[in-house]
Design a protein around this ligand. Sequence first.
Ligand code: UD1
Length: 349
Amino acid sequence: ICNRGVPMAILVTGGAGYIGSHTVVELLAAGHEVVIVDNFSNSKPEVLNRIRQISGKDFAFYQVDVLDKDAMRQVFKENDIQAVIHFSGYKAVGESVAEPIKYYHNNVGGAIALVEVMNEFGVKHIVFSSSATVYGLNNPSPLTEDMPTHTANSPYGSTMVMKEQIFRDLAASDPDWSITILRYFNPIGAHASGRIGEDPQGIPNNLMPYITQVAVGKLPALSVFGDDYPTPDGTGVRDYIHVVDLSLGHLKALDRNLTVKGVETYNLGTGEGYSVLDLIKAFEEANGIKVNYKIVDRRPGDVATCYSDASRANQLLGWYAQRNLVDMCRDSWKWQKENPQGYDVISQA
Ligand code: UD1
């Protein structure tokens, strides 16, 4: 089934989310037609206006849950989909411990429903969001793609391990599939325009949105989770990557996915590790603003050090992260400062 006359489009599930919205901007800039599917479970409709403003381009949008196969079939009927970039899913580690079935149902079930519909329509190109969380607690950094991944330490992490396995099994069963697994390290930052960025619901779980909400006065102080790790300053070390660099990695991965069959896995990170205190200091220096913080106990499940070996993506995708920690801190702050309530209030900026 194919809609002749309609240009081929990239379907982006979760295209209203943090990483999805930034990737849609880059897809449109590169000249792709885009179809977004999002159910706004953790995103806001206003982001769609912002994407149009930044890009000066339009796209198709469907408020659809990926688990709703009939609604998804309609999307595939009405558009000529060339490939899918699959971002949608729940991503809060703590919530996944409290509500594991919700995570397995939505994240694993969503991926299965999606590939079933893709199969029906003969669309066999997918780029899928995984996470460095699949490396678990026992692999030493720098992390390479061939390390074992059966040790995820949360239900959220397990859904990623399972989805990766499902996609590998699918590729092995049908050589016509092109599947790209992208393992993200720690995306932060925002589009340089300050018009789109990360908009967490409630109190942020992740470090950078917590820092920006302290800086803007919404939260009193950052809790630094432990200063007794075996790292240079005792705080946790992560591979922070600018969300625009991450998005550009998807475009490179998509180009290769459209020409290479089988399954491939890539780390998307900078290859550099920075501690919590490094990030606070960089944020303060980049923006000339103080961040109140206090040292508290370790957060259960956190690993001391996690950074990538990104050489496979460098070599095979021709992709390198270009933006440094100062860029990340400046852009995160611009977004927060100009949108103190996220997408809830239409800012005048
Ligand atoms: C977390 C998830 C990971 C998920 C990713 C994206 C865990 C164990 N891992 O990564 O699976 O893919 O988010 O959602 O939750 N920190 C503080 N104070 C804070 C928040 C964080 O000190 O208020 C520290 C953490 O201990 C860590 C670093 O900052 O050392 C980064 O934390 P975070 O931004 O939550 O990311 P990860 O834990 O690396």
